[in-house]
Design a protein around this ligand. Structure first.
Ligand code: TPP
Length: 816
């Protein structure tokens, strides 16, 4: 027979595990409450446990493996709730509600994505940041989408209502022609004055329409800011991400981002995820949005607590805010808060929800606003608070008319001061060669490892070769060129971060940034011991994600402009798993938001008979996105070009994303290796000319591996009249360099663009019109695979035949 205490514990344990399923979470009282057999019973213990676990707070924590963490939550839920500051909570709630109504009445028809029905978000954030400030928080990086954004910018980021109202006034459209973004996407920075006197700097991150894709960017930005802050970084910088319930449940990038939470390469000591749960997405109800009862279920795979709270019980909302903040501060863990409310009007202000949810909206129409209910329950007089809010906004509206154009509510941190974007100018170039002595020195450092470290014999051989490369005793391959670029930059004080799937060793066994002890599996990263001053180095294997990890690294690059931040795709083909990040942030961030990034994307590319999904990094996609010098698109044709390209990227102050198509089979190929002099003397050349053939009658222009194959073919057939030019930088298009390369062969009668990709892919569409402009009337032709729905054939034999046909055609096309 269990003792009475044991019986009590059993009952309480059931409620700790299942109680949230019966909790009273829906302010409208419409959601069907589950009935869990394990919770049935009418004993005193049942009542006691039910009042704790099935009230307006429901906590999911039984899935957390760590008993100490479960105990922490249990102790707090089972202890009396701390007394809330009701006057303050009411004031925040009223202000949030009145703000929305004020815009509705003064700017009818304008889209603002009202927060009404979920305005408890504002007191929630208030209490969260208050609690965070007590734990040392001084920076909040806040990501969110459309819903309630203006309200958050006002009440949480501390901007003036006048600035927001100005966004609704007519402005001169010429200031944003062809660029800019809508008001509910733009970022904002401000200060939150906490009651303990601390100023917490709040930054609302600019985001695109694409829901949830800002999540990893927020976390990456927080990571970079924490690195800057040093040992107390995690205490000082807190990421908070707000989600819609539909988006949180539906978008895969949320799951990817949650997975980053506890990985060493990505951990920020906990992100607070807050679901502004209005139980609807546009016109779709939860039953069609998610497989389970809760939008939060995707988070249950992580060992993190999920707090559900009825958004109309403002005291409970405040309590959950404090619990969430304290949990993050105590365990450096992610926390999910599900703030359940409703949506008072349509998806946006121009949308009528009674067409799709007529019954629900009849209920909503009758439902009193949250501040009225709260004031009544708390015995507070809300009228003076409402009046003060209205008067305040009316005064702010008068101020709004004074702005000549939409005010920028954002301020870039000081570390961006030395860097700039805009159009390319040759004067931005810097010197990238490195003295031979320095290369010898880094060669020594890169090939050394601690005494007693057992290196794999194959790796030992590679290190011996690398030592010889650094001394000019053998040509330098890509792997060593990259290591030397990284090492020389680190020694110049440039921090470095590289992540990607299997990037430490390198997918093609080429990098070996980290040596693995054959006896202990301990790792040794020589590059970590090379930097000077502030130059830290991080090289990590990423999880098997593209979107979240690319978003994260973009975020890091946004807050560490002086670092070289690189993300590597396993094969370039897989980068389209992160297409939203590429389209919405990397290509468009500067145009939409004036925000720069020096992120490098390394995309292995090349037709080597490996099938449709291991051949093409889709050069065409990047070229389609290229305009106004928004990024750089390059394919270095040899190791030294790669070295100078990386160094140029880090050393120039012109901050632009760099897309690099990197080699696979050419990684160690002698034709693409470079003599040491190419590292000590030259710089990156957008157009690589050769000097073998002078006064050619035909010029082949190409980029990447095919160029080396063309050279081999030319040798094989003994052709002495065809010149081969490599286009190592496709964008910004190096028109002048190419014109000079063409001018080298004034008698050439034909210019041929040769590419491995099918006719509907590759750089063809981009290069051809430009070549025609430069050709001065000469014939411009092209050699490519036939247009195809897939990038490459699945048959290695067919590939060989196709490749040989390309080479044959390249040397015969146009010849009589
Ligand atoms: C990736 C993506 N797909 C579709 C949309 C179009 N869209 C905009 S808002 C919305 C509904 C969002 O619902 P929810 O996440 O619950 O947030 P709510 O608007 O209810 O606050 C949809 C489908 C989008 N913005 N992003």
């Amino acid at each position: 027979m269990p003792t009475l205490t044991e019986q009590r514990e059993q009952i309480f344990d059931s409620f700790r595990k299942w109680g949230y399923l019966e909790a009273d979470l829906d302010p409208l009282g419409l959601a069907r409450r589950l009935s869990i057999p394990e919770l049935e019973g009418d004993s005193e213990e049942h009542h006691a446990a039910r009042s704790l676990y099935c009230g307006t707070i429901g906590v999911e924590f039984a899935h957390i493996q760590d008993a100490a963490r479960r105990r922490w939550i249990q102790d707090r839920i089972e202890a009396p709730a701390p007394a809330p500051d009701r006057a303050r909570l009411l004031e925040r709630l009223v202000s949030a509600e009145v703000f929305e109504q004020f815009i509705q009445s003064r700017y009818p028809g304008a889209k603002r994505f009202s927060l009404e029905g979920s305005t408890s978000l504002i007191p929630f954030l208030d209490e969260t940041i208050e609690a965070a400030a007590l734990h040392g928080c001084r920076h909040v990086i806040l990501g969110m989408s459309h819903r309630g954004r203006l309200n958050v910018i006002l009440h949480t980021a501390g901007r003036q209502a006048a600035e927001l109202f100005a966004g609704f006034e007519d402005v001169d459209p010429r200031s944003v022609l062809g660029a800019g973004d809508v008001k509910y996407h733009r970022g904002a920075t401000g200060d939150f004055r906490a009651r303990n006197g601390a100023d917490v700097h709040v930054h609302v991150v600019s985001n695109p329409s694409h829901l949830e894709f800002v999540d990893p960017v927020v976390v990456g930005r927080a990571y970079a800011k924490q690195l800057r802050a040093g040992a107390s970084g995690r205490q000082q910088v807190w990421p908070i991400v707000l989600h819609g319930d539909g988006a949180f449940a539906g978008q895969g990038v949320t799951a990817e981002t949650l997975n980053l939470g506890s990985l060493r390469a990505y951990s920020v000591g906990g992100t607070l995820h807050v679901i502004v749960n209005n139980l609807i997405a546009f016109t779709t109800l939860p039953g069609d949005l998610q497989a389970s009862s809760f939008a939060t279920d995707v988070a249950r795979r992580a060992p993190i607590p999920i707090f559900h709270v009825n958004g109309e019980d403002i005291d409970a909302v405040a309590r959950v805010a404090q619990l969430a903040a304290e949990y993050r501060a105590t365990f450096a863990s992610d926390v999910v808060v599900d703030l359940v409310g409703y949506r008072r009007y349509g998806h946006s202000e121009v949308d009528d929800p009674t067409i799709t949810q007529p019954v629900l909206y009849r209920h909503i129409k009758e439902h009193p606003v949250a501040w009225k209910t709260y004031a009544e329950r708390a015995g507070l007089d809300a009228e003076p608070v409402v009046k003060a809010a209205r008067d305040g906004f009316a005064a702010q509206q008068k101020e709004a008319g004074k702005f000549a154009k939409i005010p920028s509510m954002r301020k870039l941190p000081g570390y961006w001061a030395p860097f700039f974007g805009g159009r390319y100018k040759p004067e931005f170039e810097v010197s990238t060669p490195v003295a031979a002595e320095e290369l010898r020195a880094v060669g020594d450092l890169l090939t050394k490892y601690p005494a007693g470290f057992h290196v794999h014999p194959k790796v030992k051989k590679l290190l011996d070769q690398r030592l010889e490369m650094s001394r000019g005793q053998r040509p330098v391959d890509y792997g060593m060129a990259e290591a030397m670029a990284f090492a020389t930059l680190l020694r110049q004080g440039i921090p470095l971060r590289l992540t990607g799937q299997d990037s430490r060793r390198g997918t093609f066994n080429q990098r070996h940034a980290s040596l693995v002890d054959t006896e202990t599996e301990e790792h040794y990263l020589a590059l970590e011991h090379i930097g000077t001053g502030e130059a830290w180095c991080e090289i990590f294997n990423s999880p098997l994600s593209e979107a979240a990890v690319l978003g994260f690294e973009y975020g890091v690059s946004r807050d560490y402009p002086e670092a070289l931040v690189l993300w590597e795709a396993q094969f370039g083909d897989f980068a389209n798993g992160a297409q939203v990040l590429i389209d919405q942030f990397i290509a468009a961030g500067e145009d939409k938001w004036g925000l720069l990034s020096g992120l490098v994307m390394l995309l292995p590319h090349g037709y080597e008979g490996q099938g449709p999904e291991h051949s093409s990094a889709r050069i065409e996609r990047y070229l389609h996105l290229a305009a106004r010098d928004n990024f750089q698109i390059c394919q270095p044709s040899d190791a030294a070009q790669y070295f100078h390209l990386l160094r140029r990227q880090a050393l120039r102050k012109w901050r632009k994303p760099l897309v690099v198509f990197t080699p696979k089979s050419m990684l160690r190929h002698p034709d693409a290796s470079s003599p040491i002099e190419a590292f000590t003397r030259t710089h990156f050349r957008p157009v690589q000319r050769e000097h073998e053939v002078a006064g050619a009658s035909r010029i082949l222009i190409c980029t990447g591996k095919i160029g080396h194959e063309l050279r081999a073919e030319r040798k094989r057939i003994g052709d002495a009249t065809t010149a081969i030019v490599f286009l190592d930088q496709m964008y910004p298009f190096p028109e002048r360099d190419l014109a000079e390369a063409l001018a080298q062969h004034p008698d050439a009668h034909e210019i041929v663009w040769v590419q491995e990709e099918p006719a509907n892919m590759g750089a063809l569409f981009f290069v051809l019109p430009r070549l025609e402009r430069l050709a001065g009337g000469k014939a411009v032709r092209s050699v490519k695979r036939s247009a195809s729905a897939t990038p490459a054939t699945g048959s290695a034999k067919a590939h060989e035949m196709e490749q040989q046909t390309l080479l044959t055609l390249a040397f015969s096309l146009g010849k009589d």
